[in-house]
Design a protein around this ligand. Structure first.
Ligand SMILES: C[S@@+](CC[C@H](N)C(=O)[O-])C[C@H]1O[C@@H](n2cnc3c(N)ncnc32)[C@H](O)[C@@H]1O
Length: 406
């Protein structure tokens, strides 16, 4: 009833535009209802299997739930990110370079850098790339970025009309869209080395300043923002980000690759692959950034078709076919990533049940089978029940560790 009356209040043109935008990403408005993350658990209630020492480490890592303020972790939201403490707790029990083939916003890479470990990361999402690149940038860029952001914000307060992408007009108050457009144009006038950082700051405010409810919900919720507040927010976020970046060590450097985990690997062998792939049918990682693509001039088409486990595929193909595809993809990426593990190296995967049309989809069995098929030996595991309040269900999340025989 509530949803119906909200829709009735919308301008018909607005509704048409919104539907068109969502359709271009293969989504319908009602399909992308909120995708809430699940709740934390105590380490003691986590079930442990295999090697007792490593299983206890995995259990503690899986139970991590404290708010983390260190380094660049708090800059920019990233859906379903790994808990930074999960990576921090695991790293000392492994050796060598680290790789995360589904690196998202770069959580694993930041922790590897803080631990003095060389790291590689790849992801299919251009926004993951933008965020991870900024969070891992050279701390020397923090000062120039902060200075440039002030100039950009001052100019963005002036009333000079700029172009706004068509798909954005219905998602913002007119003056907010104008300020965002001026910030976008102001970034293009800056030195090339700081432009990616400034774009990441712009990306960090485009959802908050829009009518979109959140990153993971495309429900439209109208609100009022004061003129100039968007420019002020941009400057504030840039200052906060600069402070965080200055806390980061300059070395060792991390390498980011924009690519598909089924086909792309780092240029060298690594001692640890630590990653959290998409759970079957839970998220649509790529379409949720539609406003960011529009503001940053990104064309995500190629990445959209390469997304693994997408919720929209489970809806369009049906559970059986989509699950079969997810299992084939899982086999393929694990085999590919196992190929760059040093003998004695470890692969640690965080994976959880999917939930499709109210039914749970087990992700553990296909994952461990794929690890074995890739020549790895299952070494330890921790599993926890996660209450999913949004869907009134209990979903199980696992951390599975396998090693490559020496
Ligand atoms: C659970 S998230 C990873 C979050 C990350 N661990 C973090 O802390 O931010 C899963 C990621 O898989 C990426 N992804 C989906 N399909 C992919 C593919 N075929 N190759 C590489 N990355 C993919 C999504 O873009 C998303 O960033």
């Amino acid at each position: 009833m509530g949803k119906r009356s909200k829709r009735q209040n919308k301008d018909p043109l607005e509704l048409k535009n919104m539907a068109k935008t969502l359709e271009s990403f293969g989504l319908k408005e009602h399909q992308s209802d909120e995708m809430k993350s699940s709740g934390p658990v105590e380490a003691s209630s986590v079930r442990q299997h295999g090697d007792p020492t490593m299983a206890a480490v995995l259990a503690e890592a899986l139970a991590a739930s404290q708010k983390v303020e260190r380094a660049t972790h708090p800059f920019h939201t990233y859906p379903a990110r790994m808990h930074p403490d999960s990576a921090r707790l695991i790293l000392p029990h492994t050796t060598g370079a680290v790789h995360d083939p589904f690196c998202g916003g770069g959580t694993v890479l930041i922790e590897a850098k803080l631990a003095g470990r060389k790291a590689f990361g790849s992801d299919i999402s251009p926004i993951a790339h933008l965020v991870a690149q900024a969070r891992l940038a050279d701390p020397k860029l923090a000062g120039p970025m902060r200075k440039a952001s002030r100039k950009i914000a001052d100019k963005a307060k002036l009333r000079i009309d700029v172009e706004v992408p068509d798909v954005c007009t219905s998602w913002y108050q007119h003056h907010v869209a104008q300020e965002l457009g001026r910030i976008r144009d102001g970034i293009l006038e800056q030195e090339p080395d700081i432009q990616p950082l400034l774009n990441a700051v712009l990306s960090s405010i485009v959802v908050k300043t829009s009518y979109r409810k959140s990153d993971t919900s495309n429900k439209m919720e109208k609100h009022q923002r004061r003129p100039q507040s968007t420019a002020i927010l941009f400057h504030k976020k840039a200052r906060e980000f600069a402070r965080m970046l200055e806390e980061m060590p300059a070395e060792p450097s991390s390498t980011l690759i924009h690519g598909d985990a089924r086909y792309v690997v780092p240029p060298q062998k690594v001692g640890l692959v630590l990653t959290s792939p998409p759970y079957p049918g839970v998220y649509d990682y790529l379409p949720m950034h539609q406003l960011r693509y529009a503001w940053l001039g990104i064309e995500p088409e190629d990445s959209l078709v390469r997304e693994i486990g997408a919720r929209r595929n489970f809806r369009s193909k049906g559970r059986t076919d989509a699950l079969k595809q997810w299992m084939e993809d899982t086999d393929q990426w694990i085999k590919m990533q196992a190929s760059i593990l040093e003998p004695g190296g470890a692969m640690i995967i965080v994976v959880g049940d999917g939930l499709v049309a109210g039914k749970l989809v087990d992700a553990l069995y296909p994952t461990t089978e794929a690890m074995k098929a890739a020549g790895l030996e299952i070494f330890a595991r921790a599993s926890a029940d996660r209450p999913d309040h949004a869907r009134n269900a209990i979903r199980i999340e696992h951390m599975v560790m396998a090693v490559k025989p020496a």
